[in-house]
Write a protein that binds this ligand. Structure first.
Ligand code: FES
Length: 164
């Protein structure tokens, strides 16, 4: 599902309470954004005016910092982020097929999140374990030497609650 179609209720009272802990502390913008992301899984757009008022910053300053850091997300993300490696070592050992199969199993394209907010699919330049190529990670856990059978089994396990 396209991320624009995802909706998640944001507890504004909890957001206000977080922001109030950093009242008028402009230096605290990044730690505050990280805490908001930890709490909600992303930076809800409606938090930007609340943050800017609380820290006495312009909304454009808050937005600018969020846009600068790739690890700050403005869209809801799945509980499990699936990353498929597109690096050379993985590519030459069938990474393209693995990506195609993962997309089929999740019903997602790159950058998309499932409507139940369980999965987000991403690709990365290198996971850092090229010797195990082709690789994917699910919820930060590395799965190496992937092949079509292993992909099928992995998602069967995850969807059945067998993999953790
Ligand atoms: S290229 Fe895939 S892990 Fe390095």
């Amino acid at each position: 599902m396209n991320e624009e179609g995802l909706a998640r209720n944001v507890d504004l009272a909890s957001l206000d309470s977080l922001v109030s802990q950093y009242s008028r502390q402009k230096w605290a913008l990044i730690p505050l954004l990280q805490r908001i992301q930890d709490e909600f899984g992303y930076i809800p757009p409606q938090s930007i005016p609340i943050i800017s008022r609380g820290l006495r910053l312009f909304p454009s300053q808050v937005q600018g910092v969020i846009s600068f850091y790739a690890q700050l997300y403005t869209q809801p993300r799945g509980k499990k982020v699936v990353r498929v490696c597109r690096g050379t070592a993985c590519h030459v050992r069938g990474g393209k097929t693995i990506l195609k199969l993962v997309k089929q199993h999740l019903g997602l394209e790159e950058g998309e999140t499932s409507s139940d907010l369980e999965y987000t699919l991403e690709t990365v330049a290198c996971i850092g374990v090229c010797a195990l190529a082709p690789n994917i990670t699910v919820a930060e856990r590395v799965y190496g030497h992937m092949n079509p059978k292993k992909v099928e089994q992995l998602f069967k396990d995850y969807k059945g609650g067998g993999a953790a």
